[in-house]
Design a protein around this ligand. Sequence first.
Ligand code: KG4
Ligand code: ZN
Length: 363
Amino acid sequence: MSLQNYQVNFVKNLEKMRVLGIETSCDETGLAIYDSQTGLLGHALHSQIDVHLEYGGVVPELASRDHVRKVLPLLRGLLQESGVAFGSIDGIAYTAGPGLAGALLVGAAVGRSLAWSLGIPSVAVHHMEGHLLAPMLEPVPPEFPFIALLVSGGHTQLVKVISVGQYQLLGESLDDAAGEAFDKTAKLLGLPYPGGPELARLAESGNTARYRFPRPMTDRPGLDFSFSGLKTFALNTLQSAREEEGWPIPRQTQADIARAFEDAVVDTLLIKCRRAVRQTHIKTLIMAGGVSANQHLREKVVQMMQKEGGSAYYPRPEFCTDNGAMIAYAGCQRLLAGEAEPLMFSVKPRWAMESLGELPVGS
Ligand code: KG4
Ligand code: ZN
């Protein structure tokens, strides 16, 4: 097929789109098929926990190699399980950034090649836009405009979302992301990778009254965050406990520290979310990204939004962390608007979401 043909074939049916989403930005291979008329037709996820466990964190080269190994078998399985014919797919969306360069290149290469072989368009999706739109996959989706709290391993952002592609950054972390702080503190506590969910599990049995961690930057105006100090605070608390109680410190003390850390992160996020809602007078708040799977955060944000006379939305837990469904959905919106790119591709390990374009009017 010539390049010209490839371009011509793009002008298909922009009323309806069935899109394959490919997510390979970090340590999860995620695939999904989203249909603009009938919704999510299926999704599949392969987690690389076993690959990285012994290293205590993600090893980029091993991540890339594992994506290479898993992406096509996972696709075959997804097509079979969902009963979707490969030829019925109208477009392909893949995560092009931000993320690990090698890992991103796997999804980009597979996405573009499949699109070329099927003669259909493909589109590069911003990973955080995927997270941000993930609540749209739920039976009761939020309506625009809304405030988005994006909390993942690499980002902590408050974004004013006017429509798909119209994003205004209200605040972000000046150092560690919330998920990164969870992971680093979990490591200090001797918990295995992936630290965030492990720490949250340990915190369940923690005593909330024993330690109190600071709520960073909440006494200053503005909507930025800083979480690296909390990790240092956890280290100092751990060292004091070690002097008093010996090593290894008792499990209950570990749990108490985990709880104090989690409460501090949750409270800090909550305070800034409330501030963003009051400042913008937008009463709809969504949470997305891996940390939004945190049960305490979800409960507290829902309560806070009720008090503010508004409502909170979040994806089901499996769509909080990395997944193909959010990429298929985000890509579908862009493809429906007529967006598609030439065969050449690049990935963007660093990519500001505010640089994304507004979708054409009438799309
Ligand atoms: O969105 P995500 O899957 O990947 C990135 O885009 O980074 O987020 C992963 C982050 C990790 O830092 C992980 O520890 C954190 O989300 N995480 C959690 C929980 N589940 C995942 N943090 C706190 N509580 C959880 N239940
Ligand atoms: Zn993510």
